[in-house]
Design a protein around this ligand. Structure first.
Ligand SMILES: NC(=O)c1ccc[n+]([C@@H]2O[C@H](COP(=O)([O-])OP(=O)(O)OC[C@H]3O[C@@H](n4cnc5c(N)ncnc54)[C@H](OP(=O)(O)O)[C@@H]3O)[C@@H](O)[C@H]2O)c1
Length: 299
């Protein structure tokens, strides 16, 4: 069993909140920000997206749940409704642009507009480059889910937000795109960085129409995404509830970016430590290995 998972919960929470960041928005403040609003959450079938949807619904938002796993979405829809909240599930595969169109048509027919888009769905792969030579399709599917799908969805929802004169796009990104790139994670980090850069570039274009963006540079979280990589389990991880709380900070607050406190100094410092860090990463790479899942290509 992983060290992270064997730590007492209080110790893990203290350490991970110190290293990453901790959620700050009270349920009351969240309620003031989202009550009565329509919030579309991608990747709501499990993990951070599911927990975020539950928290937003408990604060009075009408949550629109999307992901591929319909039974998980229906279960969450039921759970939220049973607790007195409002939820509607719209299964979709984000790698299929025409299915995104169909889904958005249905959502807008029912809800008229989406006030907040939480771009949370994601797919990650950790694999050495020498295991990737015949796996171009991996890069294609990560790009489809982490970059092109979210772009397509944003292109459909943005005009509606701008016409309404208000809106918010919260992007669940990763702290790792603000650090020097890690070996084995290139495809994932590149696809996450692509959407992050695109969204930040359009931010100033849409601001005058009342649409704001927030990039959440999430720390490590204990979810299905990290489950396949045992080496990550030795690191402190945020709980799913804390991660959802941070996404809700992004939805409720005015910050353009949220993330671990050390990202900014590390970004600035990486100009000077880039070379030595390359050497450190190369050493760490030699001393570590690909997981069974990566070798057997079940990711
Ligand atoms: N866990 C971490 O340590 C960590 C750290 C930094 C950032 N993040 C980011 O946090 C976000 C949520 O990750 P998580 O940890 O909660 O992972 P997760 O438990 O694996 O959830 C990923 C979600 O994305 C959805 N998804 C994947 N492929 C999809 C597709 N083709 N179409 C539609 N939905 C799709 C999945 O739903 P279906 O399978 O039902 O489609 C699932 O709901 C991701 O963007 C990830 O990059 C995670």
């Amino acid at each position: 069993m992983s060290m992270s998972r064997t730590w007492p919960v209080w110790a893990r929470t203290m350490v991970s909140r110190g290293i990453y960041s901790r959620p700050r928005t009270s349920q009351e403040r969240l309620r003031r920000a989202v009550e009565g609003k329509t919030v579309l959450i991608t990747g709501a079938s499990q993990g951070i997206g599911r927990a975020t949807a539950s928290r937003l619904a408990a604060a009075g938002a009408q949550v629109v749940l999307t992901a591929r796993n319909e039974s998980n979405l229906r279960e969450l829809e039921e759970e939220i409704r049973a607790a007195g909240g409002e939820a509607a599930a719209y299964p979709v595969d984000l790698s299929q642009p025409e299915l995104i169109d169909e889904m958005v048509d249905k959502v807008l027919a029912k809800h008229a507009k989406v006030d907040i888009l939480v771009n949370n769905a994601g797919h990650s792969i950790r694999r050495s480059i020498d295991l990737c030579y015949d796996r171009y399709h991996d890069f294609h599917r990560m790009t489809a889910v982490n970059y092109l799908g979210p772009v397509k969805l944003t292109l459909r929802l943005l005009p509606v937000m701008r016409a309404a004169g208000a809106g918010k796009i919260v992007n669940v990104s990763t702290f790792a795109i603000r650090t020097p790139p890690f070996p084995r994670w290139g495809g994932y980090h590149a696809s996450k960085a692509a959407f992050d850069v695109w969204l930040r570039a359009i931010g100033p274009e849409i601001r005058a129409d009342g649409v704001r963006i927030c990039s959440v540079y999430m720390g490590m979280v204990d979810t299905a995404m990290t489950a396949h990589t045992p080496s990550l389990h030795r690191l402190p991880t945020l709980t799913v509830a804390d991660a959802a709380g941070i996404v809700c900070d992004g939805a409720a607050g005015n910050r353009r970016a949220l993330g671990p406190w050390w990202c900014a100094p590390l970004e600035a410092g990486s100009v000077f430590v880039g070379r030595p860090l390359d050497a450190v990463f190369s050493r760490l790479y030699q001393r570590s290995s690909d997981t069974d899942a990566a070798r057997r290509a079940i990711l």
